[in-house]
Design a protein around this ligand. Sequence first.
Ligand code: G6P
Length: 609
Amino acid sequence: MCGIVGYTGQRQAAPLLLEGLQRLEYRGYDSAGLALVEGDRLEVRKLAGRVAGLATAIRRQAAAGTTGIAHTRWATHGAPTERNAHPHVDCGRQIAVVHNGIIENAEALRAALEQSGHHLTTDTDTETLAHLIEDAAGDSLEARVIAALDHVEGTYGLAVVSADDPGKIVVARRGSPVLLGIGDGELFVASDASAILEYTRSVVYLDDGDIAVLTPAGYHVIDSQSHVQVRAVDDVAWDLEAIALGGYPHFMLKEISEQAETVRSTLRGRLLFEQGAARLNGLNLTPEACAAIRRIVIVACGTSWHAGLVGRHILETLARLPVEVEYASEYRYRTQLSLPGTLVVAISQSGETADTLEAMRAARAAGARVIGLVNVVGSTIAREAEGGIYLHAGPEIGVASTKAFTSQIVALALLGLFLGRQRDVLSLEAGQELACRLAQLPALVTQTLALEPEVQRVAREFVGARNFLYLGRGVSFPVALEGALKLKEISYIHAEGYPAAEMKHGPIALIDADMPVVFVAPRDDVYQKVVSNMQEVKARGGRIVAVTTEGNGELRGLAEHVFRVPATAPLLSPVLAAVPLQLLAYHIAVLRGCDVDRPRNLAKSVTVE
Ligand code: G6P
């Protein structure tokens, strides 16, 4: 998704802004640009394509200025062209704006602006903002921005500079994240802390409705009630190493390989072995509140939704509560039933996914209690939820989510353990057993990662396939969905996940020697049934790759390739079974020459609905 970086201080802004944009590249984008203010001159440079191209252009023809704003754009309104790239300017080329989010009444604003003589030159919604600010009355840039935003419907995280007010950046937030970075005699703005971490760890997260005014001398925040506010300065808990490749060829491989450590990190300090329970203080759920829960609704998108499907099995088994798992984008537009005792669990790696955020708001408006399972500390979902569990998996840069998925399952297991024991539906012994199984997971993930050379061999064999089917049953069905999603996201091979037994009601028609079928078949109570499904595939000439449990010799002669993962509690098997599927997708994509960390058309964090 779009990214914002801004700087005001004593240094030349362009190199800092370009560096910041490069750190935001992982979010997905198709064009880039920056605006610099030098004296009373505004200079704008932009292009369709990569930040590296913008850097080359600026090297060729230097751009000076100690105040500036920059942007990577992921096209929504208008094609990804240089003209539509941000920053956008007003008629007099005095004001420049970068914007994340969507101006919903852009068409009406455009018509009104054109009628009053403005000349708009792009297809974007953002350009209207520059012209609105140009027209707005006020004795300072911030006063004009505030007046302009009065006319705007929709969402924004934006940064504005003006040649009439050098040294100043005005920032506004409604629905799209922006934070301030506080340096020594210099200030930054960014849509994501990773853009500015090289320069400062001190950040101020803005709230919706905030306007922030930055100059090299300092900043102030004006809240939605027009009060000048002092905001707490937070310290970013991770460092640059976490967002560097560290010797890996891709972030995706680094993040797959990190999973023993990230799973450990999600568990750290949370298992109570003697009590067979979990310590989850951030949930803010009293024993009475736990007892009052009647149903759980999970809302999420993409990979997080798949984790939610695993969570349904976990929570129904451990907490004995009915669980619904909803696509956030669908849930929010359905009739919200105000059923007492509803606990809504919003799952999101980024904590910024617009559909998940809106689903959570809709649920709250209907009276539900909402908790968040979120990775990014200080993100909007984390801040708006009444409580939650941070994944502590560290920054995930690869667009295809991997380590967040396994940590989400672990966090759901912790939630199940917590609720099961609090509600007295899980015995002490069963709780103790699960706590031990959870504690063993990091070591088992390490063992599973040792499958990589084998997976690589299989990847070579199937690199030319045009379709893949992934099948699993019970708790392994969402793993099949996730395996298929990983493959299609980064290799562009068509892949479908299906419940194994449902295959005979349709997809079986597709099976022939050109259709590799990946079975997720750990040894559990549906294992024999899944073996029958394999027979059905085999009988029709399909080629089978299976993920099963170590020590299980049975699949010889049935599957062409078998990845054996260590045994664990059946409910936790998705954490291990997912790993070879992530590696398979990764290696196939690399062999096909795909840009795995920046797959086409995808964005890391989807902040538009
Ligand atoms: C995007 C990403 C996916 C991710 C989904 C949900 O589509 O490309 O990898 O699963 O958003 O993101 P979230 O941050 O809410 O987990």
